[in-house]
Write a protein that binds this ligand. Structure first.
Ligand code: BG6
Length: 445
């Protein structure tokens, strides 16, 4: 590509949507002028030396900071980190490297990756991205918890019956089968996006909002968790489905996926935190591809009201009368609390209603994309929303034995039709822990 071709490519999607205050075109032109294309091999030191010379020329003696963003196959991380650090580091400012997941496939490979990267970079130069941490509602989770008096006193086994972390996509792995088949949904979504959200949800109050203080608390909660056992998990895989004359391909119909693949595209799991705050509370996770909806949310189900005066009004199903707090990460960001309410009128009928903070109704500003926030943080040297290596050391042991067992025993996933609500096994798993999935009762969109 020439510089011009690269600039054209970028300009097709470049916007000033977050900061529209003034001179958008001028800003874009100025920005595009500073974009250059340099081609080279990932592991070729000469190519990186040439990159260095080119950068020095453009920097014209000014203070220079360099941020390398490695959105590349994981087996190349170390080569690039080595070449970038030894041959193309900034001489006058900082050099940082953003690394995309996967950070290994299990505890051993993750540790190996950390050790190899640390040969060339210090921990504060490494920015491990989990883009869920950059999502608005996930960012707001600790604001909600720690800046409101009403939530924190309820945030424990005393009042919370169970917590659910739900991720679903209404499309399959189309085009990404090659990558996905080597990882599966547990590594792709649960071990990182859902677990990170869980850690923020369940951690103790940090000493301050500094990156190290928050990450210390996240590590503590991860280390208090019980590694997953086979009986805590169910796995599924989507199969082809035809509806209204349209055919949706199953996972193994993808030409990049082996026909006999047992890689899960769906999983549900029950996790437990062995500490004073959360002892005995099931933290349920559910993640799947090719389901009926695209959504990500956290659902907090509270306990029943003891000696409830209105018990008779709810019939036999007390679950329907318990408060539930929902943090909808996407689509349509919202935080709502389900409460019981008297239906206005002379009689005494009760009704369920939502106290609803729907972002698009309350805030007119467009919400930044997770990556916009995270890239800006990396440029600013803010590590709060990035993963520290000891978080990985604490997270992988929770999943590694289970993943090994699933693979060694070649446990067959339960098949579910493309576009369905997923395998029924997820209901049995929840029922075993006295839980009902909150997302199945309602249409919240
Ligand atoms: C990625 C996963 O990390 O997150 C993908 O590798 C998944 O499989 C994606 O589709 C979901 O991100 P988002 O922001 O669209 O919910």
């Amino acid at each position: 590509m020439t510089d011009e071709e690269l600039r054209n490519l970028i300009s097709q999607t470049l916007t000033c949507r977050i900061d529209q205050r003034e001179n958008c075109n001028e800003k874009m032109t100025k920005f595009l002028k500073r974009c250059f294309y340099h081609s080279g091999q990932y592991n070729n030191v000469d190519d990186f030396l040439k990159l260095d010379s080119k950068l020095i020329k453009e920097e014209e003696g000014r203070l220079s900071n360099r941020l390398f963003y490695l959105s590349i196959p994981p087996n190349l991380f170390v080569d690039v980190a080595k070449c970038a650090s030894t041959k193309a580091s900034s001489k006058t400012g900082w050099t940082r490297v953003i690394v995309e997941k996967p950070f290994g496939r299990d505890l051993e490979s993750s540790k190996q990756l950390s050790t190899s990267l640390k040969q060339y970079l210090t921990e504060d130069q490494i920015f491990r991205i989990d883009h869920y941490l950059g999502k608005e509602i996930v960012e707001n989770l600790i604001v909600l918890r720690f800046s409101n008096l009403v939530f924190e006193p309820l945030w424990s086994r005393n009042y919370i019956r169970n917590v659910q972390f739900i991720f679903s996509e209404d499309f399959g792995t189309e085009g990404r089968g090659g990558y996905f088949d080597n990882y599966g949904i547990i590594r792709d979504i649960m071990q990182n996006h859902l677990l990170q959200t869980l850690a923020l949800f369940a951690m103790e109050t940090p000493i301050s909002l500094d990156a190290e203080d928050i990450r210390n608390e996240k590590v503590k909660v991860l280390r208090s968790m019980r590694p997953l056992q086979l009986e805590d998990v169910i796995v599924g895989q989507y199969k082809g489905f035809s509806k209204d004359g349209k055919t949706y391909q199953g996972y193994t119909d993808d030409p990049t996926v082996p026909k006999d693949s047992i890689t899960p595209t769906f999983a549900a799991a029950a996790l437990f935190i062995n500490n004073a705050r959360w002892d005995g509370v099931p933290f349920l996770m559910k993640a799947g591809k090719a389901l009926n909806k695209r959504r990500a949310e956290i659902r907090v189900q509270f306990r029943h009201v003891p000696g409830n005066l209105y018990k008779r009004s709810f019939g036999t199903d007390l679950d329907k009368a318990t408060n539930e707090l929902v943090l909808r990460i996407q689509p349509n960001e919202a935080i709502y609390l389900k409460i019981n309410n008297k239906v206005p009128g002379l009689g005494m009928r009760l009704d369920r209603s939502d106290l609803n903070l729907l972002y698009k109704a309350k805030y007119r500003k467009e919400i930044p994309d997770a990556y916009e926030r995270l890239l800006l943080d990396a440029i600013g040297g803010e590590q709060r929303l990035f993963i520290r290596s000891d978080e990985l050391d604490a997270a992988w042991p929770l999943f590694t034995p289970l993943l090994k067992e699933l693979e060694e025993k070649r446990i067959s996933p339960e098949l579910y039709p493309y576009g369905s609500r997923g395998p029924v096994g997820a209901h049995y798993l929840a029922a075993k822990h006295n839980v009902r999935w909150g997302d199945l009762n309602e249409d919240d969109s």
